[in-house]
Design a protein around this ligand. Structure first.
Ligand SMILES: Nc1ncnc2c1ncn2[C@@H]1O[C@H](COP(=O)(O)OP(=O)(O)OP(=O)(O)O)[C@@H](O)[C@H]1O
Ligand SMILES: [Mg+2]
Length: 475
C-alpha cells in the first residue's frame, strides 16, 4: 500500500501547508484551505504515459553538456505570422510550453486559431490539436468560418480531461497542441474544483511533461482578470517556458501582444495587432500614433523589449477651484504623473495644484519606461499653456530637482522616431547623441540623411521656455 500525505492548499492563492489553517497567511482569505491527499510516485494512478515521461526512471540520467549540444534541435516551428515570429525570436521551439494570457474577450482564441491555421498551411503532413474546453466544437467552427480557416489538419476536441486529451494525440503527426483554456481542463488525479489553483497546476504540469518528452510545443490559454490576477495563471508562470500577454482596451481595436517571460529569447518584446471581423491583423507600431493638431499631444518613444516603439502621450489639464486637482492616467502609472506634476509646479512655480490632469497613451498601450517622462512633462505643459507641440519628439527622464536626464538608447529611439513626420527633437543636454546613428547591419556610422532640428535641454525651465517660444511664434 502506498503511503499518502495530507496537505492543505489555499484555493485562492495556492499556498500549501501540512497543517490546516483557518485564514491563509499569504492572501488573508478565510476558509480557503482544501485538503489533498498527495499520492506517492509509485502509486498506481491514471496518468499520462508516466513510464515514458521519464518520471518513473529508477535512477537519474545524467548527460554531459557536449552530448546535450548534439541532441539540441535548434529548429523552430515558424508560426508564419510575422508579428508573432518576431517577438518569439523566429518561432516556437520544439517542446516549448507557452502561456497566452489575457482578459476575457481580448482575442486569445482568435489568435490561437490563426496560429494553428498558419502552421498547418505550411506543413501539409502535420496536424495541430485544438482542445476547446471552453467553447463547443460548433463555436470554434463558427469562428474558423469567420476567419476563413478551412483546413482538415486542425483537429478539434472539447474533451476536458487532460489525460484523455494527451493520450489521444498522435505524437508522430502533432505539430502543436492548443489548450483553450487551462482553467477548463482537469486531471483525474486531482480531486479539486475545475479552474482552481490546484487543478491548473496539475494540468499545466502534465502538458509540460508531455511537451518536453515528445518535443511538441503547446500553447496554453489562460484568462487573467484584473481582480483575480494572482490566482490561477500567475501561479504557473514559473513552470512554463514563455509567457505572452494579450493587452488591449475594450474601446479600441488595437491589441498588444507582450512577451512577459521567455526562456528561448528576449522578454519584453511587443507587437501590435488590430482586431477585425476577419481576425487579427498585424500592424506597424506607428499605427498607435495619431496626428492630432491639438495642444497636449507629444510624441515620444518607449523602449519595449529590445526595440523602441513610437507612442503619443496625450494630456488634458483643466482648471478646478480647489487646490486638490485630480490626476488620472491610462497607460502610465499615476504615481509617475503625480511626481512629474509636482516637479513642474515646484520648479516652474505654476499652479498645477489647481488643475486636474488627465494623461492617456495613444492606442491603449501601457508604458513603464522612464525615458517617456520628458514627454509626459511636455504634454502637461503643452495642455496647460494651450500650445501645439505635436510634431516635437521628446525623450528623457525628469529628476526631482527639475533636471532633464539622459535615458537609455537615445540614438535608436531617435532613429525610429524619424519614421514619423517630426520637426524638432528634444533631448537631455548630456545625452550621448550627435545626430548620427550606428547602422546595425553595416556596423558603420552613417550620417542621418534628413536632419530635424535638435534641441538640448537640461531642466524643466528650459522645456517651459521652449513651449513659451512656440506660443509666441504661434501668436
Ligand atoms: N464579427 C466580428 N467582427 C469583429 N470582431 C469580432 C467579431 N466577432 C468577435 N469579434 C472580436 O473577437 C473578440 C473575441 O475574441 P476571442 O473569442 O478570440 O477572445 P478570447 O480572448 O478568446 O475570449 P474568451 O475569454 O471569451 O475566450 C471579441 O471581443 C470581439 O472583439
Ligand atoms: Mg476564448
Amino acid at each position: 500500500m502506498a503511503k499518502q500525505k495530507t496537505v492543505y492548499v489555499c484555493d485562492k492563492c495556492g499556498y500549501e501547508s501540512p497543517k490546516w489553517f483557518g485564514r491563509c497567511p499569504v492572501c488573508g482569505e478565510w476558509n480557503t484551505a482544501k485538503e489533498f491527499q498527495l499520492k506517492n510516485v509509485d502509486t498506481e494512478s491514471k496518468s499520462i504515459r508516466s513510464n515514458e515521461t521519464g518520471m518513473d526512471e529508477p535512477h537519474p540520467r545524467f548527460v554531459d553538456v557536449n552530448k546535450a549540444y548534439e541532441t539540441l534541435e535548434e529548429s523552430r516551428v515558424r508560426t508564419n505570422l510575422p508579428a508573432l515570429d518576431d517577438i518569439l525570436s523566429g518561432g516556437i521551439v520544439k517542446g516549448q510550453v507557452m502561456l497566452l494570457g489575457g482578459e476575457p474577450g481580448v482575442g486569445k482564441s482568435t489568435l490561437a486559431l490563426q496560429v494553428c491555421a498558419s502552421i498547418v498551411k505550411h506543413e501539409k503532413e502535420k496536424v495541430v490539436y485544438y482542445i476547446s474546453g471552453e467553447e463547443s466544437i460548433a463555436q470554434v467552427a463558427l469562428r474558423a468560418k469567420r476567419l476563413g480557416i478551412a483546413n482538415s489538419n486542425i483537429l478539434l476536441s472539447s474533451e476536458t480531461q487532460i489525460e484523455e486529451v494527451l493520450n489521444g494525440i498522435d505524437i508522430e503527426k502533432a505539430k502543436m497542441i492548443v489548450i483553450d483554456s487551462i482553467q477548463t481542463l482537469s486531471s483525474v488525479d486531482i480531486d479539486s474544483p475545475v479552474g482552481g489553483v490546484v487543478q491548473i497546476r496539475a494540468v499545466v504540469e502534465k502538458v509540460r511533461i508531455f511537451s518536453k518528452k515528445y518535443g511538441i510545443p503547446s500553447l496554453l490559454i489562460a484568462h487573467v482578470t484584473k481582480e483575480g490576477a494572482i490566482a490561477g495563471p500567475k501561479l504557473v508562470e514559473h513552470v512554463v517556458d514563455t509567457v505572452v500577454y494579450f493587452e488591449g482596451e475594450r474601446t479600441t481595436d488595437y491589441r498588444i501582444l507582450r512577451v512577459q517571460k521567455n526562456r528561448y529569447g528576449p522578454s519584453g518584446e511587443i507587437s501590435v495587432f488590430q482586431m477585425t471581423e476577419n481576425g487579427l491583423d498585424s500592424l506597424s507600431d506607428d499605427a498607435l500614433v495619431n496626428h492630432s493638431q491639438t495642444p497636449g499631444n507629444v510624441l515620444t518613444s518607449a523602449y519595449e523589449g529590445s526595440r523602441p516603439i513610437n507612442v503619443q502621450i496625450q494630456a488634458l489639464v483643466s482648471r478646478v477651484k480647489v487646490a486638490s486637482g485630480r490626476r488620472i492616467s491610462h497607460g502610465v502609472d499615476v504615481r509617475k504623473v503625480i511626481i512629474i506634476s509636482a516637479v513642474l509646479s515646484r520648479h516652474l512655480n505654476i499652479p498645477l495644484d489647481f488643475h486636474d490632469i488627465y494623461i492617456n497613451v495613444s492606442g491603449g498601450i501601457n508604458i513603464t519606461d522612464s525615458g517617456c517622462e520628458l514627454a509626459i512633462a511636455g504634454s502637461i505643459l503643452s495642455s496647460f499653456l494651450d500650445v501645439y507641440v505635436g510634431d516635437t519628439f521628446m525623450v528623457g527622464e525628469i529628476g526631482l530637482d527639475g533636471s532633464v536626464r539622459p535615458t537609455v538608447n537615445i540614438a535608436r529611439r531617435i532613429e525610429n522616431a524619424k519614421k514619423l513626420p517630426i520637426s524638432t527633437i528634444l533631448i537631455p543636454s548630456h545625452a550621448e547623441y550627435n545626430g548620427t546613428s550606428k547602422s546595425k547591419s553595416s556596423n558603420k556610422v552613417e550620417r542621418a540623411e534628413k536632419m530635424e532640428k535638435l534641441e538640448r535641454i537640461d531642466n524643466v525651465r528650459r522645456l517651459f521656455n521652449y513651449m513659451l517660444d512656440l506660443k509666441k511664434g504661434v501668436e
